[in-house]
Design a protein around this ligand. Structure first.
Ligand SMILES: [Zn+2]
Length: 294
């Protein structure tokens, strides 16, 4: 009786030891202290169109774990953005782009910069006297960052095979939306065109520049407003998938029906934050895999 009881205790202890070993092994494997996001997959580029309600934010994680954040939603999404950074285990941002000074794009960026180390930040040469903009500049200054001017013609490798090209702004525009930084991200045969709030004027300039605008995935400009996604631009980009970053029941009436029907007529598959939550697009350099939150 005594023997069997101690054998039983020994088995339990061994099982517990195995459990602890396995568990710690697992946690080390999934999120090591190297600061690499757990979404890192040696061969895949992940592009998250984060649901920030009426606003915009795109997070990119490259095959080797390099990260890029474009915009960060409105001021009331600061905590939401920090939650996303936690959720995707983002402990550093290699590149941050504030496409233009509108609150629905840069509102949450100050808190992100306060909490996550940033290597490089790009913003277009346009000033704003809003509290939101001033708060962002304060966070940038506190971290000793120097803003690089976002403009057409810049390009860099975010990872071995992930290339980023800035296609806009081409010039100086009175309308801040047209000052939006627009980037094309290419990985193997796949490409993403992330347009900020660029409107017809900027689209025209991008078309005139002769840059290769074709992309598999296009962020629909200015949340699906009539001011953007001109037919010529859409036909040239010729995306298979379009994403609209828009909030439920927004007061702007975004996305506009004319834009939706334009997308439909071109046979483009449309994804929307208001209907599907965060949209996660994974590329292996050849094909795309899309997962939506709902
Ligand atoms: Zn906007």
């Amino acid at each position: 009786m005594k023997t069997s009881k101690s054998t039983y205790t020994m088995i339990i202890s061994m099982l517990a030891a195995i459990c602890i070993f396995t568990f710690s092994g697992c946690s080390i494997g999934s999120f090591p202290d190297t600061g690499k996001p757990d979404s890192v997959d040696g061969k895949k580029l992940k592009v998250y169109f984060l649901d920030v309600g009426q606003g915009a934010s795109q997070l990119l994680v490259t095959p080797s774990g390099k990260t890029m954040l474009i915009d960060a939603g409105n001021n009331d999404k600061e905590q939401t953005m920090l939650d996303y950074m936690k959720k995707y285990h983002i402990s550093k941002l290699d590149v941050v782009i504030g496409t233009h000074p509108d609150a629905d794009h840069i509102g949450g960026l100050d808190k992100v910069i306060d909490h996550i180390p940033v290597t490089t930040i790009y913003m277009p040469k346009v000033q704003s006297n809003t509290k939101t903009f001033e708060s962002l500049l304060k966070s940038i200054k506190n971290k000793g960052l120097k803003v690089k001017t976002a403009k057409a013609g810049l390009s860099w490798d975010l990872d071995d095979q992930v290339h980023v090209e800035m296609l806009a702004p081409k010039g100086t525009y009175e309308d801040t939306n047209n000052m939006s930084a627009v980037v094309k991200v290419t990985y193997g045969k796949n490409s993403f065109l992330l347009t900020g709030d660029a409107e017809a004027e900027s689209e025209k300039a991008m078309l005139a520049s002769g840059a290769d605008l074709q992309a598999d995935v296009m962020l629909v400009g200015h949340h699906g407003s009539n001011s953007s996604t001109t037919l010529k631009f859409l036909k040239t980009v010729n995306p298979k998938y379009a994403v609209i970053q828009v909030g439920k029941d927004n007061t702007y009436g975004h996305p506009k029906s004319a834009v939706l029907s334009r997308l439909q007529k071109q046979g483009i598959e449309v994804y929307r934050n208001d209907k599907q939550g965060t949209i996660e697009i994974t590329s292996d350099g050849n094909s795309l895999h899309i997962v939506t939150e709902r």
